[in-house]
Write a protein that binds this ligand. Structure first.
Ligand SMILES: Cc1ncc(C[n+]2csc(CCOP(=O)(O)OP(=O)(O)O)c2C)c(N)n1
Length: 637
C-alpha cells in the first residue's frame, strides 16, 4: 500500500515524518504524471506545487481555514490529499472529478471559477466575513501564481487587503516565472532602484547548485531561473512593492523544501494579519519532460498550442498572411500566445504583437488605444475570458466605433474544462453591443474569408468566433442569399418546409439534419448566415417561403443568434414560427465536446427528431403541447 493510499484527508498528513513526506511527494508526482498524461489536464502547474500543497495542509486546518486556489488549475495535489486519490483516475472525464476545485466534490473546495486573478478578492471578502461573524481564529489562504498576479483584480484586492490590518489572510505567491509563457514583468520596469535581497540570492544559489547537478535539467533550468530572477526582482521585490504597500512580506522561500515552507507558513499564520509569502517553485518540477518543455513547461497536456488542423492554427496561418499585407494589423494576447495561434505572427512580426499578461480588460482598452492611434488590433482571446472585458468592449471600443477585431477561440462547448470554460456567453453578450458585427465561420475556408472581411471593417468592432479543436470538412455554398451562403435546398419532390440557419459549424450539423428530415419527407433549406450580427434581412424574406424557421447555435439560447433571428422576423412582420436550438442557459458540466452537445440535445439525430415533431404538430394543426414551453434543447425520448 502506498502512503498516498493511506491519506483520506489532511488530518492523515499531520503525523508523517519528514522522510515519509518526501516519499509521499514522490508518489504524488508519479500519480500526476501517469494520470494526467492519460486523462489530459494541467500537469506542469501541479508538479510545481506538490510540497507547497502538503505544507499548506499540514499547517492549516481546512475546511475551517479556507484555501482558495487562484484559477484552480493547480488544485490536483489538493484533491489527492483531501480524500479524492481513489477517484483521481476519472479526472476531467464525464461524471468524474473536475479539473478545478468543486464544492460538490469536497468540503475542502470553495472557489470553482477558474478565471484568473480573483483569489485575493475572495480572500479579502472571506476574511472580512469571518471577522464580522466573530470567528477571528479562521485564516484564509490564497495561492496565486505570478501569472495570475499580472491581472488587475489582484492588485485591486491587494490595495484593500493592505488596509485590512486584522484580516487573517496568507497570500502565497507561487512564483515559477511562468504563466503559459514566461511571465511578463512590465510593472517592474518602472521601478528605478532595484535592490538585491540576499535571501532571494540564497534561494537562487540553492536551486542553482542542487538542480544543475541533475544531468538533464541543469543548464536550461538555471537559464530559466535567471530569467525569472529579473521578474522577481522587478515585480516582486518586497521592499519596493509589498512592504511599501503596508503588507507583511515573508520570503523568498524555496517552494520545494517542505520543511522550510512549513516554518514560513506557521509564521505567516501566527502573524494575525495579512501576510504575503513569496514562494519560488519550478513549473513541472521532478518531471524532465515538463521542466524542459520550452513552450510552457507542459502547462497542459495535450498542449493547448495551435496544432495543425485546429481552428486556432487556421486562424494563425491567416493572421500571418494578413500581417504581410497589412502593416497596420497588430495582435494582442492575454498570456496565451501559443494557445490562441498567434505564435507564427509573433515570430514574423515581433513588433506588432503584444502579450499583456492575464489582463483581458487592459487588453481590450489597449486595443481601443491602438485603434485610435491608427492601427487595426486583433485581440485573440478565449471566448469565456472576453466576459471579463465586456464593459471595455462596450464603452471603450464600441462607443467610439473603433475597428478592433476580437477573435474568440474556444467559442461554444469546450469540453473537459467544464462550466467556467465553455464559451457559451459571447454569442449573446456581443449581440448587445451597438455596432458590433459577429462572424461565425463554418469551416477553415470561412475562417480565412471572414477574418479578412473583419479586418476590412473600419467603422466599428468585429468578432470572429470559432470552437475548440479540429476544424471539420469544407462545404461550399450552392447559392447566395443576401450575404449568406445557401448550402442546401430541398430535394426534388419535397416542399420548402423548413428554413434552417446554422451558426458557424452548426451549419454543417444542419446539413446532416436536412438529410435525416428528407428521409421523413420534410424539405429543408440550409443556410449559413456567416455573420450572426446583424442578421441578414434576406433571412426574413426567405422565411416567408417556408413553414418553419429553425436557428441552431453553439451558444446559450438566451439572447443569441436564434433570438436575433426571431426578432428580425417580428420586426419584418413575418409570422412563420421560429424554433431556436442552443445550449441551455445553465452552467454546463465537463465532458467531451460531443458528450456535452448530446446532453444539450444538439446532435443531428436529436435536432432532426425535435424538428420532425414540430413540423408534424403544425401539419396536424395540433396546438403546441406543454413540452413546447420547456427548453427546446432537451433531448426527447
Ligand atoms: C481570466 C483568465 N485568462 C486566462 C486564463 C488562462 N490561463 C489559465 S492558467 C494561466 C496561466 C497561469 O499562470 P500562473 O498564475 O503563474 O500559474 P502557473 O500555471 O504558472 O502555476 C492562464 C493564462 C484564465 N484561466 N483566466
Amino acid at each position: 500500500m502506498t502512503l498516498l493510499e493511506c491519506i483520506n484527508g489532511p488530518e492523515d498528513l499531520k503525523g508523517l515524518s519528514q522522510d515519509q513526506l518526501t516519499r509521499l511527494a514522490g508518489e504524488i508526482r508519479d500519480v500526476l504524471i501517469e494520470t494526467v498524461n492519460r486523462t489530459s489536464g494541467h500537469l506542469g502547474p501541479n508538479l510545481g506545487v506538490v510540497e507547497l500543497t502538503i505544507a499548506i495542509h499540514r499547517v492549516f486546518d481546512s475546511p475551517r481555514d479556507r484555501i482558495v486556489f487562484d484559477t484552480g488549475h493547480q488544485s490536483y495535489v489538493h484533491k489527492l490529499l483531501t480524500g479524492r486519490a481513489a477517484a483521481f483516475g476519472s479526472l476531467r472525464q464525464r461524471g468524474g472529478l473536475t479539473g478545478y476545485p468543486s464544492q460538490a466534490e469536497s468540503e475542502h473546495d470553495l472557489v470553482e471559477n477558474s478565471h484568473a486573478s480573483t483569489s485575493l478578492s475572495y480572500a479579502d471578502g472571506l476574511a472580512k466575513a469571518f471577522t464580522l461573524r466573530g470567528e477571528p481564529d479562521r485564516t484564509v489562504v490564497a495561492i496565486i501564481g505570478d501569472g495570475a498576479l499580472t491581472g488587475g483584480m489582484a492588485w485591486e484586492a491587494l490595495n484593500n487587503i493592505a488596509a485590512a490590518k486584522d484580516s487573517r489572510i496568507v497570500m502565497i505567491v507561487n512564483d515559477n516565472g511562468w504563466s503559459y509563457q514566461p511571465t511578463i514583468g512590465g510593472l517592474a520596469e518602472h521601478l528605478a532602484a532595484i535592490r538585491v535581497n540576499p535571501r532571494y540570492e540564497h534561494v537562487l544559489h540553492y536551486i542553482k547548485t542542487t538542480v544543475s547537478r541533475a544531468p538533464l535539467v541543469g543548464a536550461p533550468l538555471y537559464g530559466t531561473l535567471h530569467g525569472i530572477k529579473k521578474g522577481i526582482k522587478d515585480v516582486l521585490q518586497p521592499q519596493v512593492m509589498f512592504e511599501d504597500l503596508g503588507l507583511k512580506y515573508v520570503g523568498p522561500i524555496d517552494g520545494h523544501d517542505e520543511r522550510m515552507l512549513e516554518t514560513a507558513l506557521r509564521r505567516a499564520r501566527d502573524f494575525g494579519g495579512p501576510v504575503l509569502l513569496h514562494v519560488i517553485t519550478r513549473k513541472g518540477f521532478g518531471y524532465p519532460a515538463a521542466e524542459q518543455n520550452e513552450i510552457d513547461c507542459l502547462h497542459q497536456v495535450p498542449a493547448a498550442g495551435a496544432a495543425p488542423g485546429t481552428w486556432s492554427r487556421v486562424f494563425g496561418d491567416e493572421m500571418l498572411a494578413i500581417g504581410a499585407r497589412r502593416s497596420d494589423v497588430v495582435a494582442i494576447t492575454a498570456a496565451m500566445l501559443h494557445p490562441t495561434g498567434l505564435a507564427q505572427f509573433a515570430a514574423a512580426y515581433p513588433d506588432r504583437v503584444y502579450d499583456v499578461g492575464i489582463a483581458e480588460q487592459h487588453a481590450v482598452t489597449s486595443a481601443a488605444g491602438l485603434a485610435m492611434g491608427g492601427m487595426h488590433p486583433v485581440v485573440a482571446i478565449y471566448s469565456t475570458f472576453l466576459n471579463r472585458a465586456f464593459d471595455q468592449t462596450l464603452m471603450d471600443v464600441a462607443l467610439h466605433r473603433l475597428p478592433v477585431t476580437f477573435v474568440l477561440d474556444r467559442a461554444g462547448v469546450t469540453g473537459p474544462d467544464g462550466a467556467s470554460h465553455h464559451g457559451m456567453w459571447d454569442g449573446s453578450t456581443m449581440q448587445l453591443v451597438p455596432g458590433m458585427r459577429i462572424a461565425a465561420p463554418r469551416d477553415a475556408r470561412r475562417v480565412a474569408e471572414l477574418l479578412n472581411e473583419a479586418v476590412e471593417v473600419s467603422d466599428g468592432p468585429t468578432v470572429v468566433r470559432f470552437p475548440k479543436g479540429k476544424v471539420g470538412g469544407e462545404v461550399e455554398a450552392i447559392a447566395k442569399l443576401g450575404g449568406m451562403d445557401v448550402l442546401r435546398t430541398p430535394p426534388e419532390g419535397l416542399g420548402q418546409d423548413v428554413l434552417l440557419a446554422g451558426a458557424g459549424p452548426m451549419a454543417l450539423t444542419g446539413l446532416q439534419v436536412a438529410d435525416r428530415l428528407a428521409d421523413h419527407g420534410i424539405g429543408v433549406t440550409v443556410v449559413d448566415p456567416r455573420w450572426t450580427k446583424p442578421v441578414d434581412p434576406a433571412l426574413a424574406e426567405a422565411a416567408r417561403q417556408h413553414r418553419l424557421v429553425v436557428a441552431v447555435e453553439d451558444n446559450g439560447r438566451v439572447g443569441g443568434f436564434g433570438d436575433a433571428v426571431a426578432r428580425l422576423l417580428r420586426d419584418h412582420d413575418v409570422d412563420v414560427p421560429v424554433k431556436t436550438f442552443g445550449l441551455p442557459q445553465e452552467f454546463l458540466p465537463h465532458g467531451t465536446r460531443d458528450e456535452v452537445l448530446e446532453e444539450a440535445g444538439l446532435t443531428p439525430q436529436q435536432l432532426a427528431l425535435r424538428i420532425t415533431e414540430a413540423v408534424a404538430r403544425r401539419s396536424s394543426g395540433e396546438a403546441p403541447d406543454t413540452q413546447e414551453a420547456a427548453p427546446e434543447t432537451r433531448p426527447v425520448d
